[in-house]
Design a protein around this ligand. Structure first.
Ligand code: ATP
Length: 484
């Protein structure tokens, strides 16, 4: 049983397809879940998905079936991921953003706008008891680098993993949003920073994988606790056959990078679906930035939906067939050690979430009794910064982590004390030398006065001896190194 909701979507024939190849379509719908696909050799294949969206399907239908349950869960602190996959020009960005994030009528708005609206609507229904904060981040993976689309100076964001929070994007910009209109303005500014080019299939082709992250934090005022859910929307770059498109130069490099990461995604899905049951299989998440970022979504720690976008034209049958086979494989992703079977998914997920949550809360509450909220937050940040991770399920592990961080703090304090002792010793030595110099100078001064008063040759000799002695002291002292 799959953990992932997999749907397919066929866009309408494009005018180019109609002109060049007529009305020949490769898809023959049977019902809302099944269709027959005819390949270029006229061979028929039957496909079944959780839902099939044919060319007349509305954007709202896609949102309601594929995304709405995940949006609702994100507000309840259950992470969710929605991915659009398919050949270049197959309708991924249209499904995600509609014709334009800002300027399009409501009917054509994509998953992104509808999800932003949906989040605020869900929040409204819980107003009063719970205080929600929504933050938005946007990154793209371009040529194997993660770029922050809200701050282009952050052009190589590092991916980190925390046992508590899962996969994290280090130092990514997060913008707080307060209503859907503001969210769209911000999304549009990020989209304007995306790498877009032209392919033979698509005039405005996405040359990067674009990732939108909504973080929903909810503070339960009465219980003084904070829950956090992430909604991640991923608009993948389109796969393309470089020999078919005749790409060269930078476009060829982009295409190779896109194809490499998509095949890494395919490998991860294969590894997740081919493992013998009960035996942990090696999953090559680290083979690409894309698979690393999607690790939680594919590995079971997130509710995930995949939309396989296809052209209906017979001229694109090989690419569409490959997309549909990818979707079929994804349907077979089995429960990973951290995942649950679909039947029990919601129940188990919520139950385990509650238990985990209760345990974590118990520990945090104990800390809160003794510390200010700010300190608890600081402590959590310190854990992450020091690379100390713990399983919120285990009190022992948290105590161990707490002990580790305390030991590290004590040892750095010890080091600081030792450094201070050294500096004090150096300063004492210097002080002593300075005192000797001062005494010599005073003595010299006294003798000079005596010599002037008495005109005594012996005294003058003493002065000259002392002078040379003084000069050698000064020389030795100038070789003395001041402590920093
Ligand atoms: N369901 C649809 N209804 C109407 N037009 C659509 C639909 N899906 C896609 N289109 C149109 O098809 C064209 C290509 O779609 P889109 O840009 O979404 O492809 P893509 O899969 O994101 O391609 P790429 O990977 O190259 O970015 C666009 O002009 C888009 O408006």
């Amino acid at each position: 049983m799959s953990n992932i909701t997999v749907c397919s979507r066929f866009r309408p024939l494009s005018s180019k397809e109609k002109i060049n190849h007529g009305d020949n379509v490769c898809v023959h719908g049977i019902d809302a879940e099944t269709f027959v696909f005819k390949d270029e050799k006229e061979e028929n294949f039957s496909f079944s998905f959780d839902r099939v969206f044919y060319e007349k399907s509305e954007q709202a239908e896609v949102y309601e079936f594929l995304a709405l349950p995940i949006v609702r869960d994100a507000v309840n602190a259950i992470n969710g991921t929605i991915i659009t996959y398919g050949q270049t020009g197959a309708g991924k960005t249209y499904s995600m953003e509609g014709p334009s994030v800002l300027e399009c009528d409501e009917k054509k708005q994509g998953l992104l706008q509808k999800a932003a609206n949906g989040l605020f609507e869900c929040i409204k229904s819980t107003e009063g008891a719970v205080k929600h904060t929504i933050k938005l981040s946007m990154v793209e993976i371009y040529m194997e680098k993660v770029r922050d689309l809200f701050d282009l100076s952050k052009d190589n964001i590092q991916i980190k993993e925390s046992r508590v929070q899962g996969i994290l994007l280090s130092d990514v910009t997060e913008i707080a949003i307060f209503d859907p209109a503001e969210a769209l303005q911000i999304l549009s500014s990020g989209i304007a920073n995306r790498a877009v080019g032209e392919t033979q299939m698509n005039m405005a082709s996405s040359r990067s994988h674009c990732i939108y992250i909504f973080t929903v934090q909810q503070g339960l005022a009465k219980e003084k606790r904070v829950k956090c859910g992430k909604l991640v929307l991923v608009d993948l770059a389109g796969s393309e056959k470089v020999e078919k498109t005749g790409a060269e130069g930078r476009v060829l490099e982009e295409a190779k990078s896109i194809n490499r990461s998509l095949s890494a995604l395919g490998n991860v899905i294969n590894a997740l679906t081919c493992g013998s049951s009960g035996k942990a299989n090696y999953i090559p998440y680290r083979d690409s930035k894309l698979t690393r970022i999607l690790q939680d979504a594919l590995g079971g720690n997130s509710r995930t939906a995949l939309l396989c976008c296809c052209s209906p034209s017979s001229s694109n049958a090989p690419e569409s067939l490959s997309t549909l086979r990818f979707g079929t494989r994804a349907q077979h992703i089995k429960a990973s050690p951290r995942a649950h079977c679909k039947e029990d998914y919601t129940k188990n997920h919520e139950a385990s979430h509650a238990t985990k949550y209760e345990l974590r809360e118990r520990i945090l509450n104990k800390m809160r009794e003794r510390m200010e909220l700010e300190d608890v937050k600081l402590l959590e940040e310190l854990f992450i910064l020091e690379g100390i991770f713990f399983d919120a399920n285990s009190v022992e592990e948290l105590e161990q982590a707490f002990e580790d961080v305390t030991m590290q703090t004590i040892s750095s304090l010890h080091q600081a004390v030792e450094d201070l002792v050294c500096t004090t010793e150096e300063l004492k030595r210097e002080n002593k030398a300075l005192k000797v110099r001062l005494a010599a100078a005073e003595r010299l001064n006294g003798l000079q006065t005596e010599a002037v008063e008495n005109g005594n040759a012996n005294v003058l000799q003493k002065i000259s001896d002392l002078l040379s002695q003084f000069v050698s002291w000064v020389r030795s002292l100038s070789a003395f190194k001041m402590p920093k």
